[in-house]
Ligand binder design. Structure first.
Ligand SMILES: *Cc1c(COP(=O)(O)O)cnc(C)c1O
Length: 415
């Protein structure tokens, strides 16, 4: 069977990986109201350490041992969570010097850290060279800064080339490759960059290809992975040294909405097994890496807000909470969704209730966009109840505009 969260998608209704006891959600072994008392205030994000560990181990058990697993920190860079992930993963992928600091603080070996992203500032490149992590070059303009850092620090930089491939990840929620893109170096121009790396005498680590995000279709992922290996083998002919690492990207999606069918990881694992076998001859000595963000952490997190008011307007119930869009932009439907759909929402203090009603969950902001749940069938809730947005462990806290309307930021806990 796949990871725990896959088992829990009951009839496409709601993804709830948390147990229920005495009518309350239990997070990190603690009933929700007690956890809220421990945190001391609402709203807050809580991440369940046990779920993180179980999920990572379940995925690991499915994947062939030759495949290395990296965590893409931007999905959730909370320091304590990253520290947990360091113990479960083979490496981390970072997208800024800020994330690099968290990764180093968490005790991650810089040799298994790779730094990608367009617009790396010269200071960030110096920091990465000094730290000794791999820099995924996305533009030839990065090379002179890396050269200067190498000379200034007396360190041989470790570089990989992020390639903008000539294909994309089909049916992905967010396309990040193929066609003109700000990410990576166009495949046809990569040989030139490889020549420059050779002349500079940098340590050539390998290639990074990232073709998209949030796909639930295993065939699409397998297709992109096969094309990734083929392209890397072709590009390796012009490389200044052997490919040590091929980062094949990720794109594993998670089910958020009614009707979403969870990704079946088994065919992806089988495809990776075949590709890893092929790579032993076509890219000898190379380690194959996949980098995942949301798939590893989304299900383990909830966002908890307190009901301040139950307001009825022209027959429609509004649960007005102390949390909203400013803390959880994605749940409001404003983080990349084309058509707004409800995230899975539960009343975590009334899990056994049979008396339900159509309710909209809104926040305190003066905008109709501040909507966490639109006319959802939920237990009848009252002020003081705790509303929970599930599937909130990825792209929650740090993907939201906390400053909007000057309310306090939410708290984050790992339990
Ligand atoms: C965002 C990103 C990821 C993580 O994507 P998820 O959809 O969270 O798995 C991985 N690699 C790169 C290069 C990214 O930009």
């Amino acid at each position: 069977m796949n990871a725990p969260v896959n088992d829990l998608l009951a009839a496409g209704v709601c993804v709830n990986p948390f147990p229920v006891e005495n009518g309350e959600l239990v997070v990190g072994g603690m009933p929700l109201s007690r956890l809220a008392a421990r945190v001391g205030r609402t709203p807050f994000y809580a991440y369940d350490r046990g779920l993180l560990i179980a999920h990572a181990r379940a995925l690991r058990a499915l994947l062939p041992p030759a495949i290395h697993l990296h965590y893409a920190m931007k999905a959730n860079p909370m320091p304590a969570l990253v520290q947990t992930m360091v113990g479960l993963m083979d490496g981390l992928d970072l997208a800024s010097a800020g994330e690099m600091k968290v990764a180093l603080d968490a005790g991650c070996d810089p040799r298994v850290m790779s730094f990608a992203g367009p617009g790396k500032r010269p200071e960030e490149l110096w920091q990465a060279v000094a730290a000794g992590c791999t820099i995924n070059i996305e533009s030839d303009a990065e090379l002179p800064h890396i050269r200067a850092a190498a000379d200034g620090l007396g360190v041989r930089p470790r570089v990989a080339v992020r390639v903008n491939p000539d294909f994309e990840l089909k049916s992905s929620g967010m396309k990040m490759a193929g066609g003109p893109k700000q990410f990576g170096i166009d495949a046809e121009r990569v040989p030139t960059t490889l020549g420059s790396i050779g002349r500079e005498g940098f340590e050539f680590v390998g290639f990074h290809l990232y073709s998209g995000s949030q796909t639930l279709r295993s065939e699409a992922i397998c297709d992109a992975q096969r094309k990734t290996l083929e392209l890397a083998v072709r590009l390796a002919q012009d490389a200044p040294g052997p490919v040590q690492v091929l980062n094949m990207g990720g794109g594993f999606g998670v089910p958020y909405f009614p009707g979403d069918v969870p990704l079946d990881v088994a065919p992806v694992a089988e495809n990776l097994r075949v590709l890893a076998e092929e790579a032993r001859t076509t890219l000898p000595g190379a380690t194959l890496v996949i980098e995942l963000g949301r798939y590893l952490v989304a299900h383990s997190g909830i966002y908890v807000a307190k009901v301040l008011d139950r307001k009825v307007s022209r027959g429609q119930v509004f649960l007005v909470t102390d949390g909203g869009l400013h803390h959880h932009l994605a749940a409001s439907g404003n983080f990349g969704q084309v058509i707004r759909k409800n995230y899975p929402v539960v009343v975590g203090t009334r899990m056994d209730a049979t008396d339900t009603e159509s309710s909209s969950i809104v926040g305190p902001l003066c905008t109709p966009l501040d909507l966490l749940g639109d006319r959802m069938e939920l237990p009848r809730a009252e002020p003081g109840d705790l509303v929970c947005v599930l599937m909130s462990g990825a792209y929650g806290y740090t993907s939201s505009p906390h400053l909007f309307l000057s309310h306090p930021a939410p708290v984050e806990v790992l339990v």
